[in-house]
Design a protein around this ligand. Structure first.
Ligand SMILES: Nc1ncnc2c1ncn2[C@@H]1O[C@H](COP(=O)(O)OP(=O)(O)OP(=O)(O)O)[C@@H](O)[C@H]1O
Ligand SMILES: [Mg+2]
Length: 210
């Protein structure tokens, strides 16, 4: 049996990742693909508990602790869910994954992409994304999209503009290092256009329609 594909969606807060994930799940299933959506950080109970801890603005969490907690949540998600699914041929669509840590903790928090990559490669082992859809949008526009939601802001969402500029720059650096895997999509477009662009960037992975 063929191993499933691991597809990740990345981009800053409010870019439209969760919106695209919902549309993409339906579009992939309509093409006959067995695909499961998972979110990061979380997706399995242990990782959900780590998520609650890491996003709580009331708790002191240092930058290194934050990076390690995200990596720990990711390691559990990989072992408990992603690897078994891929092994049985199921595709996994992930709303954020390793590149979020490289961009937010490596770039935004200034821990350095390489340092954060080292702990994350330890965490994910062989679960490297087959394709990553990077939604790009002006940080201010992303923020105003996020702020239109009503819930309280989490730890990362409370950061200032320079944090998001560093995060955007890190995402761009990652894309330029690996343009075959990481495909940029203009997230200022309407949701339907974003979905069509995403399907275009996955075209070579999709089964023949026949
Ligand atoms: N292409 C789009 N055009 C206009 N509005 C959009 C688009 N995509 C998403 N939105 C809206 O913007 C808001 C943020 O979208 P969404 O939750 O998908 O972003 P996200 O990248 O998952 O954010 P977060 O990083 O905070 O989880 C939502 O209210 C959503 O309906
Ligand atoms: Mg989201």
């Amino acid at each position: 049996m063929n191993r499933g594909r691991l597809i990740t969606i990345e981009g800053i807060d409010g870019a439209g990742k969760t919106t695209l994930a919902a549309g993409l799940i339906d579009a992939l299933r309509a093409r006959g693909i067995d695909v499961i959506p998972l979110r990061e950080p979380g997706g399995v109970p242990t990782a959900e508990r780590i998520r609650d801890l890491v996003i709580d603005p009331e708790l002191p969490v240092s930058a290194r602790t934050e990076a390690l907690l995200y990596a720990a949540a990711r390691a559990q998600l990989v072992e408990e869910a992603i690897e078994p699914l891929l092994a049985r041929g199921t595709w996994v669509l992930l709303d954020r994954f390793i590149d979020s840590s490289l961009a937010y903790q490596g770039g935004g928090r200034q821990l350095g992409i390489d340092a954060v990559r080292a702990i994350n490669e330890f965490a994910i082992r062989t679960a490297c994304p087959d394709r990553t859809l990077l939604l790009t949008i002006d940080p201010g526009r992303g923020r105003s999209r996020s702020h239109s939601r009503t819930r309280e802001l989490d730890r990362l969402e409370r950061e200032q503009d320079d944090f998001f500029e560093r995060t955007v720059a890190a995402y761009e650096e990652l894309r330029s290092q690996d343009p075959q895997r990481i495909r940029q999509i203009d997230a200022a477009q309407a949701p339907e256009q974003v979905l069509q662009a995403a399907l275009g960037e996955l075209a070579d992975l999709l089964p023949d329609p026949s």
